[in-house]
Design a protein around this ligand. Structure first.
Ligand code: NCD
Length: 302
């Protein structure tokens, strides 16, 4: 398991291996295990949690981090190609974490680099480290990943966290509810994957109609930056605004609300103090999960 490019490339056993290791690291930290290693962190798109938690994870294991959070300060600005950039960075580091607005960039980087590559988000495609921390959070709450009823709410067309989590949860026999306006519903290609595995799902425009049925409500931001036409964005922006009164007394008692964050206005702050709200715990879980990813990616590397 050298690279982490997408959940679509992982088996169920590999997923469980990461989650088990993260659980172990939570109990027994390993402050020196990556001593002397250098992690390259290449962010071509804005990030708060992903970049900082990948950095924190490296420090917690004794590794050092170099990189950039904005490509404008690099030679890419002078016209250097991404391929050359990767070739150079690979000579300075032991592992590359990359986030890029274009689909497939992490895979391209992995093909160029001899060093392991972790995808920190490639356009609207995949976000595997987010999914692993989402799964870690779900497993912690329910003590299992099997047979979970999960609703995805928000931008299901462009949301890469949704795409990756769907690919993972289908391996654990989830029941899916997709809640979105028609223009940003889940892509047919992903529904076909569910059809091929005979997995049940349904499409909805309102969460009220399914809120009493689900174990997990996974809410996402409308991905403004991915819309070609801003008018299309305006039609759906602000469409869901979940408040405490939507939740209290209306859901299963142990239903959890997740969000990869950042949120804009889709979850009101009145929800934050409900025991159901897990999005801040989720973000925190990102550190041990990313520690586990580093250890497994670097296993066997010199
Ligand atoms: C997500 C992303 O970048 O895809 N953020 C994150 O990594 N936690 C979700 C988003 O930006 O809406």
């Amino acid at each position: 398991m050298k690279d982490f490019i997408g959940i679509s490339k992982m088996t169920k056993d590999e997923i469980i291996e990461v989650l088990d290791m993260a659980r172990e690291l939570e109990k027994n930290p390993k402050p020196d295990i990556l001593k002397g290693k250098i992690i390259a962190s290449l962010f071509f798109e804005p990030s708060t949690r992903t970049r900082l938690s990948f950095t924190a994870a490296a420090y917690k294991l004794g590794a050092n981090v170099l990189g950039f959070e904005n490509p404008d300060v690099t030679s890419l600005k002078k016209g250097e190609s991404l391929n050359d950039t990767i070739k150079i960075v690979e000579g300075y580091s032991d592992l590359i974490v990359i986030r890029h607005p274009e689909i497939g960039t992490a895979e391209i980087a992995a093909n160029i680099s001899e060093k392991p590559v972790i995808n920190a988000g490639d356009g609207a495609n995949e976000h595997p480290s987010q999914t692993l921390l989402d799964l870690f959070t779900i497993r912690k709450e329910f003590k299992t990943l099997d047979n979970i009823k999960i609703a995805f709410v928000g931008d299901l067309k462009y949301g890469r966290t949704v795409h990756s989590l769907l690919k993972a949860m289908k391996l654990f026999n989830a029941r899916f509810y997709f809640v979105a306006p028609k223009s940003i519903q889940i892509p047919d290609k992903l529904l076909k994957e569910l059809d091929d595995m005979d997995i049940s799902y349904s499409l909805h425009e309102n969460y009220e109609e399914i809120i009493d049925k689900i174990d997990v409500m996974y809410v996402t931001r409308i991905q403004r930056e991915r819309f070609d036409d801003i008018e299309e964005y305006k039609k759906v922006s602000g469409i869901y605004k979940i408040k405490d009164t939507d939740i209290i007394g209306k859901t299963k008692e142990n239903m959890i609300i997740m969000h990869p964050l950042p949120r804009v206005d889709e979850i009101d702050v009145s929800v934050d103090n409900l025991p159901n709200a897990k999005y801040f715990d989720q973000a925190k879980n990102g550190v041990v999960v990313r520690e586990a990813m580093y250890i497994l990616a670097l296993k066997g590397e010199k």
